[in-house]
Design a binder for this molecule. Structure first.
Ligand SMILES: *Cc1c(COP(=O)(O)O)cnc(C)c1O
Length: 397
């Protein structure tokens, strides 16, 4: 391995379990339960309503946003937390559309996560027929950007294949054509070195329960390029995005800062968990994370090619074109994944036939990868997945 990231001891992964699903739900950092417990007893329990001021719960969405900022290459006070990623996509795309009122096309790709597309569909329903969501293959995005396009909405790392978009080039192409750029960093934040400021994109959004380990339901983040912060339309104009919520004015006036992208009451307990979870990044260089992610992914792919020839690599073979996950197609992928999970190796499955493995260097090492490959080899070579108990469909895959 080129680098060591001595962070594994900070995570509460059960002994013997190999967790290859940090791209979907990061594991529990050990500091979180104590921190949240103390927060509940000292702040909620004792301060009660006074916590909004005394513990500054009111400032928490911007404070935690400032902990996310360095992880995505954003300056201070350009990121704020709240709501879910679906909501933040809606806010970013609506705000972007209002910056290009003469244009009607929202361009995205067929590799995007469906909720991003569904949110745009819903928005278009509201705005009227003149608007169009135009979808092209991921490789065709560059050439599809033209002067009809108001907004380019892309997820940098494809949730299914792990294919990585070239953020700088696509953003520059969008800007050359006069379009506004919105990046979804759901599978980038905590996985790759992101330079959102350097890309000059207007908006970025992302979630914190994947590579940032904020826990199930952890709130999303939104970034607005600093020169736009004072003019951008928040669209979901809730009271906590108001310039002075406690003036209780009858008309909305957006806050003169990134806080205008807040909507309603923040999830204080969940934000407190996230704040503690983010401590694992102290002293971590994203270049080291990336280097180790590539080394582990290459090892996994090589092991698979040698021992599991029935699996077809779906992710790009070139590590520079991949995010921090590796996916394989296998006709019986769902059952094989259940058999694998039953043997202590957790990945996940995405319809129709994709077995997905998140490569998360903070708590995975070479040994884990080799053991996981060995167990998967056993599941496939002995047809263990054929056991009827692995055929049962579940609500979440
Ligand atoms: C995980 C993910 C989501 C999830 O959205 P939520 O509103 O947090 O449920 C949305 N978009 C992308 C690209 C994702 O990867």
């Amino acid at each position: 391995m080129p680098t060591e990231l001595p962070k594994k001891h900070l995570f509460a992964v059960p002994d013997g379990l190999i967790y290859l699903d940090g791209n979907s739900l990061g594991p529990l950092p050990k500091s979180v339960p104590g921190h949240v417990n103390k927060m509940m007893l000292d702040e909620w329990g004792i301060q009660l309503i006074r916590g909004w001021n005394e513990a500054d719960w009111m400032g928490q969405p911007a404070r935690v946003g400032n902990l996310i900022a360095p992880l995505i290459g954003a300056p201070m006070n350009t990121v704020v937390m709240g709501d879910t990623l679906s909501i933040k996509v809606y806010q970013a795309v609506s705000a972007a559309l209002s910056m290009r009122q003469e244009r009607r096309v929202i361009l995205s790709d067929t590799g995007n996560f469906p909720t991003d597309l569904y949110m745009v569909e819903g928005l278009i329903d509201l705005l009227g027929d003149a608007y169009e969501l135009r979808l092209v293959e991921p490789d065709a995005v560059g050439e599809a950007i033209n002067d009809e396009v108001a907004v380019v909405l892309l997820t940098q790392v494809d949730y299914r294949t792990g294919r990585l978009h070239d953020m700088e080039t696509i953003t520059a192409t969008a800007h050359d054509a006069g379009a506004v750029m919105v990046w979804d960093l759901a599978h980038s934040a905590g996985a790759l070195r992101v330079d959102i400021a350097g890309s000059k994109a207007e908006f970025a959004v992302g979630c914190t329960y994947k590579y940032l380990n904020g826990g199930p339901g952890a709130p999303a983040f939104i970034y607005v390029r600093p020169d736009l912060v004072d003019e951008v339309k928040p669209v979901l104009s809730g009271w906590l995005g108001h310039a002075s919520p406690f003036a209780f004015d009858l008309t909305y006036q957006a806050a003169p800062s990134i806080e205008r992208m807040r909507v309603g009451t923040p999830p204080v307990v969940q934000l407190s968990a996230l704040q503690s979870a983010l401590q694992v990044w102290d002293g971590v260089d994203m270049n080291d994370v990336r280097a180790k992610s590539i080394a582990l992914s290459e090892l996994f792919i090589t092991e698979m090619a040698t021992h599991c020839p029935d699996l077809r690599l779906l992710s790009p073979r070139d590590p520079l074109l991949r995010g921090s996950q590796v996916s394989f197609c296998f006709e019986h992928g769902f059952c094989a994944m259940q058999a694998l999970i039953d043997r202590g190796v957790i990945g996940d499955f995405r319809a129709p036939d994709v077995m997905r493995f998140g490569i998360t260097p903070l708590y995975l090492d070479e040994d884990d990868i080799i053991r996981a490959a060995k167990i998967l080899h056993e599941v496939l070579s002995k047809n263990l997945w054929k056991d009827p108990k692995y055929q049962q469909k579940t609500r979440v895959t």
